[in-house]
Design a protein around this ligand. Structure first.
Ligand SMILES: *Cc1c(COP(=O)(O)O)cnc(C)c1O
Length: 430
């Protein structure tokens, strides 16, 4: 397998791009080597500029849930393109996507579209503060909520991969209202409430996806919600990753907790830049032009992006691939665990629906601290062997893998072969 053309583009990219990437998670810092450049994708597969074919388990970090270039999505986009690209005025498609999204979340009467998950969350936080009149926010260590200043502490994968505790350039003032709790530990939340009177909301990934996949234990989310109600604080579900991944709607519903404010992104744009935040009427009426919380966007509700979102969600609803995801996810999980046994490599696999990943550790992973016991050197060996055997993974131990509904039995066989070779390689190098 040759990576010559990727290497060449990488060197060229270094001149005018930072690290030749536009998001640090795409850099290969923690696995060594240089990033691959992708030429195109179709269905479950992508092809790099050297012509190497991969089963894609990155899927743009989640959005491409139908696989690449689904016919119906492509048709919808082409049709939308003929009418114009952006108007700075309302279009009917915004109403259509809003209805699809609100219908899928029982606790959501209204939604506002933005252009990214980061924007969705920073707006959702502002809204929680506007509604409650309080300032402090609790977040969980290892959860990532986009790159806004206030939440860029203990923020999971991107930072963990680069071994950064937080980001430079974030002023102290920006994080002075951010409190950190431990995932799956309600007492760590209660402690903050005992010591603070000004807490507007707790923000959580209902299933952690940015420290690797971390699943809420027992009824953690339900108990959290019930506790917050007694404190007059809101629950913000950051479902940018989980939204429409484990069911048509939110993971919050599967976990028995209805959020007050829900933030969305990734899948709802089907590969186009769409984010959203939504809540019941009483809360959303605080957003301008109905209320005094200002939030705006030149390209928000962009007609092409809306067409991408509508066609993706409609097709997703029609396919209803969630049972298939569970089935295939289960298979891949077994493949990895069996390989671990066969080649005597410690590995734990966490999976929730179509999100999963192995941790190279023997401890059970239910929070960020446990995730960080993973052997990242083993992951690096694993990663490159998977690439060489035609499976594209995120270049970090702390990122979730995703399944698309386009994945086939043949792809699974390819994954099985690659996993076994990769574990063998780890054993050889020990
Ligand atoms: C990806 C992600 C974000 C940020 O979304 P962007 O579109 O990258 O800005 C926020 N929260 C969670 C849970 C995410 O997975």
């Amino acid at each position: 397998m040759s990576f010559k053309k990727s290497q060449k583009l990488y060197k060229k990219g270094l001149v005018n791009l930072v690290g030749a990437v536009n998001s640090p998670v795409r850099a290969f810092t923690s696995v060594g080597g240089n990033p691959l450049f992708i030429k195109r994708g179709r269905g479950s597969q992508i092809i790099d500029v050297d012509g190497n074919k991969y089963v894609d388990l990155v899927l743009s970090y989640g959005p491409m849930i139908l696989g690449h270039r689904h016919n119906k999505v492509q048709k919808a986009i082409n049709k939308a393109l003929k009418n114009g690209y952006s108007f700075g005025a309302s279009t009917e498609n915004e109403i259509t996507l809003a209805k699809i999204v609100c219908d899928a979340f029982p606790g959501m009467d209204k939604v506002r579209f933005v252009n990214s998950g980061t924007e969705a969350v920073l707006s959702g936080i502002r809204l929680a503060r506007a509604f409650t009149g309080k300032n402090k926010i609790i977040k969980f260590s290892g959860c990532y909520h986009g790159h806004q200043d206030a939440l860029l502490v203990a923020a999971g994968s991107g930072l963990a991969t680069l071994s950064l505790p937080g980001s430079k350039g974030v002023p102290e003032g920006a994080v002075k209202n951010t409190l950190i709790a431990t995932y799956n530990d309600l007492d760590s939340v209660k402690k903050h409430f005992d010591e603070n009177h000004d807490i507007a909301a707790v923000i959580i990934e209902p299933v952690g996806g940015n420290m690797g996949v971390v699943i809420p234990q027992n009824s953690f989310l339900k108990e959290l919600k019930e506790y917050l109600q007694t404190k007059g604080a809101l629950l913000i579900a950051d479902e940018v990753m989980t939204g429409f991944r484990s069911k048509f709607g939110g993971a919050q519903e599967l976990l028995g907790a209805e959020a007050d404010i829900t933030c969305l992104g990734k899948v709802i744009g089907g590969g186009f830049p769409v984010g959203a935040y939504g809540a019941r009427d009483e809360i959303m009426e605080n957003v301008a032009p109905l209320g005094g919380m200002y939030q705006a966007g030149t390209l928000s509700g962009n007609p092409i992006a809306m067409a991408g979102g509508i066609s993706t969600l409609k097709e997703l609803k029609r396919q209803n691939p969630y049972a298939k995801f569970d089935n295939i996810g289960d298979k891949i999980q077994s493949i990895i665990l069996n390989a671990g046994k066969k080649y005597d490599v410690d590995v734990t696999v966490n999976r929730f629906g179509s999100m999963m990943n192995p941790f190279f550790t023997k401890v059970e992973v239910t929070n960020f601290e446990q995730a960080q016991t993973s052997d990242t050197n083993k992951f690096a060996v694993f990663f490159w062997e998977m690439i060489k055997n035609g499976v594209f993974l995120p270049p970090s131990q702390f990122e979730a893998w995703f399944l698309s509904s386009a994945i086939s039995e043949e792809d699974i066989l390819k994954i099985e072969k690659a996993v076994n070779k990769s574990f063998q390689k780890i054993q050889e190098e020990e």
